[in-house]
Design a protein around this ligand. Structure first.
Ligand SMILES: [Zn+2]
Length: 372
């Protein structure tokens, strides 16, 4: 049986809740962590149509990007839009989970999907997020050092830039006296033992700390493995908001705008800047990224691709000499939805769980373009 809690854990391995902005409200919004999940519907927004879609698919868990409950609810009135949707979800026995700014800030989240979709290369995080990094040290008896080191590397520990499985190992002597009730792998109850051991140390990002430790414990031969977890001051450069990188080939701003309109399959884009200016370096942020105008300029971006840019924000960018392509909030974020669904599908399949993960087919964009 797949519980709601299990799905939550899989999502949080990918987008740890600690990456969410302070003002945000992410995680399980409606439902029971212990409840059974029959199938999952992934969507950008939770609307009444999306709830109906979930019911018709038999999906009793909705995973959304935008939180249904954003500001705290003081009552649950059926005559308020949010109250009614929450009531309807409860009446339909649907769990609702939101991965919002934590999905924006994570490695393969909204912004990396957007960068991939518009063909940005050599991408870096535009605004780094202080994601916690840990050093895990474990003591292993001789002969088991490679098994333990490999298991931790397999779990994703020891990633430094483009290098994986980074670790350091020293040899020494471990000592212990098994007490009454112990069932020691080496030694006897009541006798002080000295054993040749290795000390293995490796860095582990917060997102995979618990899964790395549990994989290490699975292969460690001791009944009570000794290990230490240290919080580091170093930051993990892979987490944060927006991306910056180079276009596959330089393009005039007008041509880039046309290309992005096609890449994102959106009916319109708004452009600010000289349409004939040659663009080589682009910054982007899915959703509403006008707060990043100064940062994009300081990192030598020629253009910022985002959504929800206001008139005066576009004016500021123009004064700074930064072009803007506003492709809309919806179009710059919905690229993430099928990728999140695919991630869930793969992870659940890998654990031998047969479950359908659907991508919503409802267009939740509140805007319609009227021409002429
Ligand atoms: Zn958004």
């Amino acid at each position: 049986m797949i519980t709601c809690k299990k799905v939550m854990r899989i999502i949080e391995e990918f987008a740890p809740k600690g990456l969410a902005a302070e003002w945000d409200n992410v995680g399980l919004q409606v439902g029971n962590p212990e409840g059974e999940v029959k199938s999952i519907l992934v969507t950008l927004d939770v609307t009444e149509e999306v709830l109906d879609e979930a019911v018709s698919l038999g999906a009793n868990m909705i995973v959304s990007h935008h939180p249904l409950i954003f500001k705290s609810l003081k009552n649950l009135r059926y005559d308020s839009p949010t109250g009614w949707l929450v009531a309807k979800a409860v009446q339909s026995n649907i769990h609702i989970y939101a991965a919002h700014t934590n999905a924006d800030n994570t490695i393969e989240g909204v912004n990396q999907c957007l960068a991939r979709r518009i063909g940005l290369k050599n991408t870096q995080v535009l605004k780094r997020e202080s994601s916690k990094l840990y050093k895990v040290v474990v003591y292993v008896p001789e002969g088991f050092e490679n098994t333990v080191r490999t298991a931790m590397g397999d779990a994703g520990a020891g990633r430094l830039g483009d290098y994986s499985y980074c670790s350091f190992m020293t040899s020494g002597t471990g000592s212990f006296k098994p007490l009454e009730g112990a069932n020691p792998f080496i030694g006897k109850q009541g006798r002080l033992e000295e054993v040749p051991e290795y000390r293995i140390e490796t860095v582990v990002p917060e997102a995979i700390l618990h899964s790395t430790i549990s994989k290490m414990l699975q292969v460690h031969p001791y009944e009570e493995p000794a290990y230490d977890v240290f919080l580091l001051e170093n930051q993990d450069a892979r987490y944060g908001l927006g991306r910056i990188g180079e276009l596959e080939e330089p393009l005039e701003l007008g041509c880039l705008a046309e290309k992005i309109k096609e890449d994102l399959d959106c009916p319109w884009v708004l452009v600010s800047g000289d349409l004939e200016a040659v663009i080589k370096r682009a910054a982007l942020c899915g959703g509403a990224g006008a707060d990043l105008i100064y940062l994009a300029k300081s990192r030598n971006a020629d253009v910022l691709v985002t959504g929800d840019v206001k008139y005066h924000e576009a004016m500021t960018a123009k004064e700074l000499g930064l072009s803007i392509i506003d492709a809309g909030h919806n179009a710059t974020e919905r690229v993430f939805i099928p990728e999140l669904a695919e991630y869930l599908r793969k992870k659940l399949n890998k654990q031998g769980e047969e479950i359908d993960v659907y991508t919503s087919t409802i267009d939740t964009n509140p805007w319609t373009q009227v021409i002429g």
